[in-house]
Design a protein around this ligand. Structure first.
Ligand SMILES: Cc1cc2nc3c(=O)[nH]c(=O)nc-3n(C[C@H](O)[C@H](O)[C@H](O)COP(=O)(O)O)c2cc1C
Length: 177
């Protein structure tokens, strides 16, 4: 039985809905026990007690990301991550954005999460094709792919669930179940 820890922020909006769907889809696999961890109360031991760490959120402006410090929710997680050795841990990222309103910064936030996770030694899995999106630029592209699952519930809501299902299948395959 593999364990998947899901951490996401913010609550009360689209990100939270997506986190629940991810939880459901991971748990549909009999070999997996997926849990959502509380973003603010997670500690080093809880963070690392898994075979796959999933971290995600919405891009809602630079304030949430590049200037994240101890006074923001992301800052809380990033501070913890900076103190935690994640060597050998597999991690996957998801991000929500709006490709029509923010075509030059679509799901930029995933790149910030990737940087922090990789700095601490995590191996990122779950890269995702940029096909079937329409945007100009994103900091969350590495090579030809997004560094994680990109979702746009504003403009492509009909694709959200199928994307989640495919991504979860892909990630499960990548972590070797
Ligand atoms: C103030 C603000 C800034 C945003 N900036 C971006 C952005 O830079 N890039 C992007 O792809 N989406 C951006 N969005 C769109 C959100 O990421 C999108 O609406 C998302 O679904 C919100 O999820 P939430 O309800 O969990 O916060 C922005 C939204 C808001 C309200």
């Amino acid at each position: 039985m593999k364990r998947v820890n899901i951490l996401s922020w913010p609550i009360g909006g689209e990100t939270e809905k997506v986190a629940h769907l991810l939880l459901e889809h991971f748990n549909n696999n009999a070999e997996i026990k997926a849990l959502e961890l509380d973003f603010l109360t997670v500690d080093e031991q809880k963070l690392k007690s898994c075979d796959l760490l999933v971290v995600g959120g919405s891009t809602v402006g630079a304030d949430n990301w590049s200037t994240a410090d101890n006074t923001t929710k992301w800052g809380h997680l990033f501070s913890l991550l900076r103190l935690t050795d994640l060597s050998g841990l597999k991690a996957a990222i998801f991000g929500l954005g709006d490709q029509k309103l923010f075509p030059d910064n679509f799901v930029d936030g995933m790149s910030v999460v990737k940087k922090v996770l990789e700095l601490k030694g995590a191996k990122i899995v779950g890269y995702w094709s940029t096909e079937n999106y329409e945007f100009n630029d994103s900091r969350s592209i590495d090579g030809d792919d997004f560094v994680g699952l990109a979702l746009d519930t504003e403009n492509q809501s009909e694709l959200t669930e199928i994307r989640i299902q495919s991504w979860v299948d892909q990630v499960i395959h990548e972590i070797g179940i």
